[in-house]
Design a protein around this ligand. Structure first.
Ligand SMILES: [Cu+2]
Length: 240
């Protein structure tokens, strides 16, 4: 999914800048890049066992064994060599697997390693409402529209996609982002088909570009919109 994971691409734009300015930009951009949080998995604990993130962030578990471990949250995800929800193998395994789950909703998620829960191998992910950067909203409406249907944000900003009523989803033209009750590619059990559930998803957009989107409900063919993500280093072109 190219909307949340390409954290390194903004750096490429900075390559030609003077070192001092580059350092300044990197220092400024650093909080926007720290959107993947690493948890080490090792006999028989998670480290850190409790992690606080913002909705839209990703947790990456890295298994260092040597026992066979996995990460499992009832009704949400089960991952080791990939996540079950996406055709991966969530069975506990001893190899050096790396698994990622993205969280879209403020909530506290408790998880465990299935074979070692009785040894206290448990953890929590505390997902908070995003407070860094600016948060915008796109609302799927009961009248089968999106409000606003033309939104401009800066790279690094958050957009709260939410359903205010009616059977909707949110789907970009290039399928890079498909969301309803969760978003595709998050590693979680999600339902991305149009639904009347009052879904909400926080999405942080890193990649500048234009993202036309629509609701995939066949009865809502005119329910469309466009999201424009501007580079947050526009002035960099003056130095190249
Ligand atoms: Cu719709």
């Amino acid at each position: 999914m190219n909307t949340t994971q390409q954290n390194t691409s903004p750096l490429a734009k900075n390559r030609l800048l003077a070192p001092t300015l580059l350092g300044l930009l990197l220092a400024t951009a650093a909080p926007l890049l720290a959107r993947t949080h690493v948890v080490t998995v090792q006999d028989n604990s998670f480290s850190p066992a409790n992690i606080v993130i913002e909705a839209g962030d990703t947790v990456r578990w890295i298994n260092q064994g040597p026992g066979a471990h996995n990460v499992y949250a009832v009704g949400k995800f089960r991952c080791a060599n990939g996540c079950d929800a996406e055709g991966g193998d969530g069975n506990a395994a001893a190899n050096n697997w790396v698994a990622e789950v993205t969280f879209r909703v403020p909530e506290t998620v408790a998880y465990e390693c299935q074979p070692h829960v009785q040894f206290g191998m448990v953890g929590t992910v505390v997902v908070q409402t995003p407070s860094s950067g600016t948060t915008h909203e796109i609302n799927a409406q009961p009248d089968n529209s999106f409000v606003p249907d033309d939104l401009t944000v800066l790279a690094g900003d958050v957009v709260l996609l939410q359903n205010q009523g009616g059977e909707h989803n949110f789907r970009t033209l290039d399928d890079s982002l498909v969301c309803a009750d969760g978003c595709e590619g998050d590693g979680q059990l999600v339902d991305t088909d149009p639904t009347g559930f009052q879904w909400e998803n926080y999405v942080r957009f890193y990649e500048p570009g234009e993202y036309p989107y629509h609701c995939a409900n066949p009865a809502h063919t005119s329910q469309t919109g466009i999201l424009r993500v501007l580079s947050d280093v526009l002035f960099a072109s003056d130095f190249e």
